[in-house]
Design a protein around this ligand. Structure first.
Ligand code: NAD
Length: 492
């Protein structure tokens, strides 16, 4: 792993274009967006944004490609997914660097992302020749009854800017495996990984029109969701956007899968492996992705007897980790995504201080010096946080950790569940009974016991409550992209 200059990195980026029906084009009707490097604020590309007419053309291309792709021989469809997987693995370093440049996440976080996406393509490629229906024993009367899982047709896939490489594996892989065509709308804040991915899909032999990529913001996303030619929407993003997506999709009764935000509680009992757990808590909650991950454990709830020990250890780590350029392999903490995000996070922090939501123990300011031109917020830790405050209730999507204490298991579970979110939850204890008991009681879709999972392809991932519904990963993640037809043949 070597450090590469920004000029060289920018020169290696794929040209910002749209891919529609196998044609790459820089012509679009949604205007232009200046993409900046979050590490230094410099403009790195002018991105052509899709407008509603570009969305129409992309959906038409997918509609035309669908019958051919649906009827492709099963083994050929399986093999093309396997080739995409292979190419993702071969280009994993390139994807890691690209993701660090566009999203500001450090290389330690991005290095494995293309490998993980590759695993999703292998996993779902493996399903292509195993996805069958069932013969149903029928009564009353006599009939031969069987089911056929069928693709929806055209799937609109909308993904956020944080970790798009992994999102591609979680969404595009099962959608294609099931025989759908895809119109993918990545965020304008992180378009390059999706464009490079589309190039690899072409190289792997995916037919034109099966995957179309339109870069854009809210107008393009909304036009895609509203399009009558779209048969299913897979949305990953924030809660408010997700609610809007569901509203718009309802007009055509288009089914949606919603993978939304979180404010996940990390419960630490006094019998846990404390040093390891506190280290993971601060890296996962505030440092690693600067708190910009849907499953980040941003509420740390600690048993009262070890609360002081927790604060001492996480402050020690927070003050030792020096943020820097995320493309540098020795850097563990990068910037947040935009100037606006930086300002928003600092406002939340100052309101929390004014409201007395907790004690500000460190951070709460923007970083200066060499990092002043980038969007860097210091690791920020609040202690004794009131669980009813905005600080505890709201997804901040920045390096802000809220710490509080509890007296017993019941209080721990009740604090953890007292939120509108329900994406992930974490339990740290060496007591096996308690681990299972608490995991069962947490109102969240994905629970980590004594560790933080990396969303493995075979396991179903998704939320409850305001964190959305539907699953990515596993068989459940594949079933999001098929509808089940029943065939009843009388008198057989
Ligand atoms: P966002 O909701 O602002 O945007 C997500 C995507 O939706 C982007 O592509 C955006 O352009 C598009 N969009 C915006 N407005 C739209 C509209 N009206 N109609 C259709 N599409 C629209 O979120 P973000 O800032 O890009 O990402 C951060 C959020 O995503 C956080 O809340 C995070 O927790 C969540 N997230 C969830 C998961 C998960 O799997 N549950 C994974 C990653 C991120």
């Amino acid at each position: 792993v070597v450090t590469i200059s920004q000029e060289e990195l920018v020169a290696r980026l794929p040209a910002p274009r749209l891919l529609v029906g196998g044609q790459w084009t820089a012509e679009s009707e949604g205007g232009r967006f200046t993409k900046r490097n979050p590490a230094n604020g410099c403009a790195i590309a002018e991105i052509p944004l899709a407008g509603p007419s570009d969305v129409d053309v992309a959906v038409d291309a997918a509609v035309s490609a669908f019958p051919g792709w649906r009827d492709w021989p099963t083994d050929a469809r399986r093999n093309v997914l396997f080739r995409i997987s292979q190419l993702l693995s071969e280009h994993a370093d390139e994807f890691g660097l690209m993701a660090s440049l566009e999203s500001g996440l450090p290389r330690v976080s991005t290095a494995g992302m293309a490998h993980l996406a590759a695993e999703y393509f292998l996993y779902y490629g493996g399903w292509v020749d195993k996805l069958g229906g069932e013969v149903v024993p029928i009564y009353p009367g006599q009939a031969f009854d069987y089911t056929r899982p069928e693709p929806y047709g055209v799937v609109g896939v909308i993904i956020p800017w944080n970790g798009p490489t992994v999102s591609l594996g979680q969404t595009v892989a099962p959608a294609l495996a099931a025989g759908n065509c895809v119109v993918l709308k990545p965020s304008e804040l992180a378009p390059f990984t999706s464009l490079r991915f589309a190039g690899l899909c072409e190289q792997a032999g995916l037919p034109p029109g099966v995957l179309n990529v339109i870069i854009g913001g809210a107008p393009a996303g909304e036009a895609l969701v509203a399009h009558i030619g779209v048969d299913k929407v897979s949305f990953t993003g924030g809660v408010e956007t997700g609610k809007r997506v569901q509203e718009v999709a309802a007009r055509n009764l288009t089914p949606v899968t919603l993978e939304l935000g979180g404010k996940s509680a990390n419960l630490v009992f006094a019998d846990a492996d404390l040093d390891r757990v506190f280290t993971l808590a601060i890296f996962g909650g505030a440092i690693g992705a600067a708190g910009q991950g849907c499953v980040c454990p941003t509420r740390l709830l600690v048993e009262r007897s070890v609360y002081e020990q927790a604060i001492e250890r996480i402050l020690e780590i927070a003050n030792a980790v020096q943020p820097g350029d995320p493309t540098d392999p020795d850097v563990y903490m990068g910037p947040v995504i935009t100037e606006a995000a930086c300002e928003r996070i600092l406002e939340v922090v100052s309101k929390a201080v004014d409201d007395g939501a907790g004690e500000l123990l460190t951070g709460g300011h923007r970083l200066g010096g060499d990092l002043a031109d980038g969007y860097y917020v210091a690791t920020t830790i609040f202690g004794n946080v009131d669980n009813h405050s905005d600080l505890a209730q709201r997804e901040i999507f920045g390096p802000v950790l809220a710490v509080a204490s509890f007296d017993d298991e019941d209080e721990a579970v009740s604090l953890a569940n007292d939120t509108r979110y329900g994406l992930a939850g974490y339990v740290n204890t060496t007591d096996l009974r308690r681990a299972h008991h608490v995991a069962a009681r947490l109102e969240a879709g994905y629970i980590g016991v004594n560790g933080m999972p990396i969303v493995p392809p075979a396991a179903p991932f998704g939320g409850t409550k305001d964190s959305g519904y539907g699953r990515q990963g596993g068989r459940a993640g594949l079933m999001e992209f098929v509808r089940v037809k029943n065939i009843f043949m009388e008198g057989v």
